[in-house]
Write a protein that binds this ligand. Sequence first.
Ligand code: TYD
Ligand code: MG
Length: 457
Amino acid sequence: MAKTKSAFFCQSCGFESAKWLGKCPSCGQWNTFVEEVIEKSGALKSSWKSSNGSQRLHTPSKVQDIETTEMARIATGDAELDRVLGGGLVYGSVTLIGGEPGIGKSTLMLQLALQLKNLKVLYVSGEESEQQIKMRAERITSSPSPDCYILTETLTQNIFKQIEALEPDILIVDSIQTMQSAHVESTPGSVSQVRECTAEFLRYAKETSTPVFLIGHITKDGMIAGPKILEHMVDTVLQFEGDRHHVYRILRSIKNRFGAAAELGIYAMSGDGLREVSNPSEILLLQREEELSGIAISATLEGARPMLIETQALVSTAAYGTPQRSANGFDTKRMNMLLAVLEKRCGFRLSTQDVFLNIAGGIKVEDPAIDLAILVAIISSHQDIPVSSKTCFAAEVGLSGEIRAVNRIEQRISEAEKLGFEKVMISAYNYKGLNLKKFNIQIVGVSKIEEVFQHLF
Ligand code: TYD
Ligand code: MG
């Protein structure tokens, strides 16, 4: 009898070991090793096709001899997705779409499949039945593309058989964790299965120049489940995020071999699918008549896209011994840092106060230029003095209370001007190279926290 071969895999980073280990030497996590059966065969080298095609031999070529062709891209008809992909879908690319369960990954991909009218799209689902997918499709559109095919199958060899017969232009796999290859014995979702299935889809994409989308679930700690290894294999990693209780969803590019990373697309989840949000600032700014304390507006930039977002803070005396600190859409550690700066540099006694922070729309902001708005919102709430709703902020705050310059300040100022703001507060260090005459908005440059307060309160 043939001996089955097994190995131990770290479920967090995919590190392989011949024996069980308590701590992963690669990612340092504890208790993540699980034994998986892997069959030793020529399987890993086999082609995606059932009939093994002859392998093309690559020879080295001089870099100047390699012809460059403008990369052909497919416009998906979804402006947000096209932007995040770097200007459309590249032939032969493999894109991983990660996100928590229920965030809308299947909806987004099905919507794409249904709207690509003159391309043959194969949507492979290992999660839902044909009827379920049909019901979802009916919610999304009343005029689906005539060339959208649904296949409910999990064994990759069977999928490739159907692909050979159908020859789709685009392949969507929902989800990679439900797929199973006959070449590997372990269960679907295990590191070795996910790795083998991804490798097979990757070979298929490269050999036939077909774009492939893989949907992947994310574990609680934000990792594309569990093996991080998937991220290294594919060309593009997109993350679909947002608060399930809010309508807004963000599609963020984490890695992109064909465009800029950190690009961002915004959608709103409605009763009939995901709607593109082309002008986020108008939604993220709540229009109100009266001015309230604890609110400041930040001119942030996500990817190449300027967005004005409302930040809200509530500072109140702690009812119990240890004050509470909680932030929604902003890093709590960074909030604590800002509070410490305020305490140390400006003498505000915040250590006895509860501080709650919220970014409008359930959106997570990573741009450091939001610091100043958050700081102003905290002080505005603490002092109970409102800040004019016609003022916005764009600067980073340093540990010694200095107001630091941020990138692409002109773009931020233009967006603020376009939305009718009267004043924008930036770092004085951002003045260099800035053409002030160009703007029709008051620009205030500050270099220290004290100046911010002198100006506002
Ligand atoms: P789904 O795409 O199944 O999420 P995922 O594949 O990421 O797990 O969709 C999740 C939620 O979206 C689900 O709770 C229902 C909701 N939804 C709408 O609100 N409107 C719609 O038109 C559709 C199709 C789904
Ligand atoms: Mg799904």
